[in-house]
Design a protein around this ligand. Structure first.
Ligand code: GLA
Length: 640
């Protein structure tokens, strides 16, 4: 694939030499096995980060008292001891960039402790946070200017001075600013926003008025094709390198904030610890749904070290305040199941105890912080009701039953949905009430409007001798997911009234990447099916894809492979290959749509990284979803 045979000196007379040399010049084959796990593992994010951020409660109206006040409550309330550690200063802390030195100056009136011997430093504040046993986070932007500079109508909290002095973002300053944040000031976390690469085109009003310099937009929220993905990635590559230089002990977290744009779904996991999947959350039920939806079908794109981020918690305001405990508890349980960062955005100095109790639910925190790092998968999925299942490191599972609508629901929860044996007892422990109930095969549960019931589940695994790959999404990385023309995601709940209110046509479906790899589903949300046989378990992905699978000591990889019946392409064949640490272990014959599944079995004893490759000569991968039916890692020599 992708060989560049256009070597200029290739003339007919030299053809044999030319062909022999061509492979030397071949462009890298993205489907070639690499024997490595390529998702991001730098930094300190083996579990999703927990903490607090200033943005939801205060916007840019921040100061030292507000930040330290919430930090103190985190410690005093016991939340710190439960894992809430990061205290993050979001947008609004900068007054200007000093010219010509380029040093960023902190708003002295808001952060009095930053005025040190005539200089400006956050070191006194980060020292305080560290002395409290906490970590400190800071905010910047990929462009020259931040989001509030682009979108705030009130300039009170915005940087002051000349055009150049108000250029406070990372653009062209990555090394200098990261040295300041991490080496000088001692921060442990950085959120890097993307408005500077999106909102400062020559036509934007604030550029036309001369307020800011133009920077050609390379990020477009509504269009992948109008985004310059390599340009955005190039900046993150520089940020990664600067973090290594300026935080050599590796104790950092990098949070990408490009809202699902530029197909970041497919690559954010290679560049940072967190990647935002949507535009900003707001304290409304429907907006929470929208943010939830943006991450809920990305279960294979979140892993230890590289998590999906549907944005901060908005518990404490609007539809999630103390008068809406059902909604607040749902929001918390859902974020826990998604392995989302548990970042509270409330003014904790004033947060009522019932909401503090939600943040402090140790059993639900444990679900979120489970070391296996499996994001929940959707075992049942409708517009009204969803059942999410999250396998835990202990072998137990967590299940959440989410009623999105306005009527109570009597839900049948089945052993099958949990991938547990139906002839053995299953115990549900309610993580809110702490009560236990045992059933076999199936049970009925009442779920109130907007309620999420969440349980820890103990039962006997249906697959006794191993694990379905779809039961361990945290260990499966779609390194190449075959998506060549990402589509906007049609399954997002589109809430009204973002930055623009109700002007314009409304928010189009975005968060591009429909067609990405899925657990127990085709890339387009269908049941996995090969030649009429359905598979309740398996991985669905497009052709010309490569999945990396971490193997924790299993001995055999087994799958029923074939082109999914939902494929529109009936002519191209797909060859399925299993590699172990880079070595070919098993290979199918070329399979076309309608041909029966072929069993693949590979001895993976001692193998660290298994790679599953589906290769085809087809160019239009979107027409060719393939299924790794019943794909599983097994401990003994048996097949499933
Ligand atoms: C963007 C981000 C928010 C917040 C603001 C700050 O909108 O998505 O989370 O950081 O910028 O201006």
């Amino acid at each position: 694939m992708q060989e560049k045979t256009s070597l200029r000196w290739c003339r007919l007379a030299l053809l044999p030499l030319c062909l022999a040399t061509a492979s030397t010049y071949a462009a890298p084959d993205p489907l070639a096995p690499t024997a490595r796990w390529s998702a991001y593992t730098a930094g300190r994010a083996s579990t999703p980060p927990m903490g607090w951020s200033s943005w939801n409660a205060f916007g840019t109206d921040i100061d030292e008292a507000k930040i330290l006040g919430s930090a103190q409550r985190i410690v005093d309330s016991g939340l710190a001891a439960k894992g809430y550690r990061y205290v993050n200063i979001d947008d609004g802390w900068i007054t200007r960039r000093e010219i010509p030195s380029g040093r960023l100056i902190i708003r002295a009136d808001r952060f009095p402790s930053s005025v040190t011997g005539g200089g400006s430093s956050f070191r006194p504040l980060t020292d305080k946070l560290h002395a409290m046993g906490l970590k400190a986070g800071i905010y910047s932007d990929l462009g020259r200017n931040t989001c509030s500079q682009a979108y705030s109508s009130d300039s009170t909290d915005l940087p002051k001075g000349s055009v150049l002095e108000r250029e406070v973002g990372l653009y062209g300053r990555i090394d200098q600013d990261l040295a300041l944040f991490f080496a000088d000031w001692g921060f442990d976390f950085i959120k890097v926003d993307g408005c500077g690469l999106r909102a400062y085109g020559a036509d934007s009003p604030k550029v036309r008025s001369g307020e800011y310099r133009a920077l050609a937009p390379v990020l477009d929220l509504e269009s992948v094709t109008r985004s310059d993905i390599p340009a955005v990635q190039a900046e993150f590559t520089q940020i990664n390198a600067a973090l290594k230089r300026h935080r050599p002990d590796g104790d950092f977290l990098l949070s990408l904030c490009v809202w699902g744009a530029a197909d970041v779904r497919a690559w954010g996991k290679n560049y940072g610890n967190l990647s935002r999947t949507s535009d900003d959350i707001r304290p409304s039920w429907t907006r929470m749904l929208s943010n939830f939806d943006s991450a809920a079908r990305r279960e294979l794109y979140g892993h230890p070290g590289s998590w999906n981020d549907p944005d901060m918690l908005f518990i404490g305001a609007g539809d999630f305040d103390a008068d809406h405990l059902v909604e607040a508890k749902s929001h918390f349980a859902l974020w826990a199941m998604l392995n989302a960062p548990l970042m509270t955005g409330a003014d904790l100095r004033k947060t009522p105890q019932p909401l503090m109790d939600i943040f402090g639910n140790a059993d639900i925190i444990a679900v979120n912080q489970d070391p296996a790092g499996n994001q929940a998968t959707l075992a049942y999925d409708t517009d009204d009701l969803q059942i999410l299942v999250k396998p835990l490191a202990s072998g137990q599972k967590a299940v959440a039953i989410f009623n999105r609508g306005f009527a109570p629901f009597d839900v049948d929860l089945t052993a099958e949905q949990l991938k547990l044996r139906k002839d053995a007892p299953i115990t549900l422990t309610d993580l809110w009430t702490k009560t236990d109930a045992t059933f076999t095969n199936e049970t009925k549960l009442r779920v109130a409007p907007r309620e999420t019931r969440i349980f820890r589940v103990q039962g006997t695994r249906a697959l006794a001798q191993g694990v379905y790959l779809s039961e361990q999404p945290g260990s499966v990385n779609p390194a190449v997911d075959g998506v060549t023309t990402p589509q906007a995601d049609p399954t997002i709940f589109r809430s009204s009234g973002g930055w623009t209110g109700t002007k314009g046509p409304g928010e189009r479906p975005m968060y591009a990447g429909w067609g990405g790899a899925r657990a127990d589903s085709t890339p387009y949300g269908q049941t996995l099916r090969i030649a009429g046989t359905t598979y309740a378990a398996g991985i669905g992905v497009l052709a010309n894809s490569r999945l990396e699978v971490r193997n924790a000591g299993y001995r055999r990889l087994s799958a029923q492979v074939g082109v999914d019946d939902s494929a529109r392409d009936a002519t191209h064949g797909v060859t399925f290959m299993v590699y172990g640490d880079g070595k070919l272990l098993a290979k199918s014959k070329p399979l076309r749509r309608g041909q029966r599944a072929q069993a693949l079995n590979a001895d993976v004893a001692g193998v660290k990284v298994v790679e599953l490759v589906a290769r085809s000569a087809a160019k239009d991968n979107e027409q060719l979803p393939v299924s790794w039916g019943d794909a599983a890692l097994l401990s003994a020599g048996q097949t499933n």
